[in-house]
Design a protein around this ligand. Structure first.
Ligand code: PLP
Length: 396
């Protein structure tokens, strides 16, 4: 008897590499002890939320006896939180964003799904540069569409604009970019964004449905060496930004984020209304009440970026000592080095034997490389140095 849908049965067979590594980590830590394992598999922020969250929680606890304190609110979120969020994203994006361009969602994942529900018809294509965040494929398929990927330029992971241009078909509805990027740490320059916008504007002129840029930006706050993340909003009118507070406030479990519909988009009211409705009918209804109230209090604060920067430098020292080739990440908390010998799955297996957990690039649609997440203490990074050297020696 078939209990689950055929599609879910297929998904179950191709269980994610990240999940595999996560489970392997649990097994290794049980067998050899926590300190013997160097787990770089998960992008789960390990820094505590900033103090503003703790203070807000204490204050909010005192209000918990009020009626409707945790009740329903408009599907777009609490109006006062939306207003505050509008000020914050206006500052971040360098563009004046009115509150009615925002929908508060259950994380960036909720925003991606609500937006896809609002614009995708069955058979549409979502085009994303590879390597890509592995959930994108599932999210596109949730809405009857498919994910088409275009490899970015090797090692620098800049957008390959010619290849993107060539991959656009009459069914391309969304180009989904992520900057700062998971898994590469790349940050797209203004030139790259303008180049992409020019291509999409040219294709959109020939059709009655525009191609959207969906810019997934949960790592916008996390850049290094003074790198800025250019806003896509002034570059292309049919842009939607999605983001969350999973990483900058270390609130990944609280499911809070937003979709921002470009105020410069003609007729945007209909799209905003559709995203709000999608948020409702997908069963999210609204973003969690408590997380929204926390956000209203903690907006503008952030975990300490300097801690991630110190780890990034420590990781670079370890990779240099092992002779691995990589591009220094300009943002986010990942390295995406080349796998010695070219076989990323085999190299990750060798790493695993040395009790280092990494995710093969194959899991991100980009074989030949592997991802290391530096959401771990600097001491774990330093401790892994000898194991990296041994793994590279074995692979050569
Ligand atoms: N997009 C990217 C690129 C991510 O790395 C993640 C989470 O790791 C998400 C979206 C989902 O974020 P959220 O937890 O806010 O839904």
């Amino acid at each position: 008897m078939q209990l689950i849908s055929s599609q879910m049965a297929k998904y179950a067979e191709r269980s994610s590499w990240i999940r595999k590594m996560f489970e392997e980590g649990i097994r290794l830590k049980k067998e050899f002890g926590e300190d013997a394992v160097h787990d770089f598999s998960l992008g789960n922020p390990d820094l505590p939320p900033p103090p503003a969250i703790k203070e807000a929680l204490a204050d909010l606890a005192a209000q918990a006896d009020q009626p409707f304190f945790l009740g329903y609110m408009p599907n777009f979120g609490y109006p006062d939180v939306r207003e505050k969020l509008a000020l914050e994203v206006s500052r971040e994006q360098g563009v004046s964003v009115p509150a009615d361009s925002l929908v508060i969602t259950c994380g960036a994942a909720g925003a991606l799904n609500a937006f896809f529900r609002a614009v995708l018809d069955p058979g549409d294509q979502v085009l994303a540069p590879a390597p890509f965040f592995v959930e994108y494929g599932f999210y596109a398929e949730n809405h009857g569409a498919s994910l088409i990927t275009v490899p970015s330029k090797p090692l620098s992971f800049e957008l390959d604009l010619e290849a993107i241009d060539a991959a656009i078909t009459p069914r391309t509805r969304v180009v989904l970019i992520n900057s700062p990027n998971n898994p590469t740490g790349a940050v797209y320059s203004r030139d790259e964004l303008e180049g992409l916008a020019a291509i999409l504007a040219r294709h959109s002129r020939e059709r009655d449905r525009p191609i959207f840029i969906l810019s997934d930006e949960p790592y916008r706050f996390l850049t290094f060496d003074g790198v800025e993340v250019p806003s896509v909003l002034p570059v292309y009118p049919h842009t939607v930004v999605c983001s969350s507070f999973s990483k900058n406030l270390s609130m990944a479990g609280e499911r809070i984020g937003y979709a921002l519909i470009n105020p410069a988009m003609e007729g945007r009211e209909a799209l905003v209304a559709s995203v709000i409705m999608a948020n409702r009918i997908l069963g999210f209804v609204n973003a969690p009440a408590l997380a929204q109230r926390l956000l209203g209090r903690a907006l503008g604060s952030s975990v300490d970026v300097a801690v991630y920067d110190a780890r990034r430098k420590a990781m670079a020292r370890v990779l240099d000592a092992a002779g691995l080739r990589y591009t220094m990440p300009r943002g986010a908390f990942y390295f995406f080095p080349e796998a010695p010998g070219g076989d990323d799955v085999a190299f990750c297996a060798t790493l695993q034997e040395e009790k280092i957990l990494a995710v093969p690039g194959t899991g991100f649609g980009y074989p030949g490389y592997f991802r290391l997440a530096f959401c771990v203490g600097e001491e774990v990074i330093a401790r892994s140095a000898d194991a990296f050297v041994r793994a590279v020696a074995r692979a050569s």
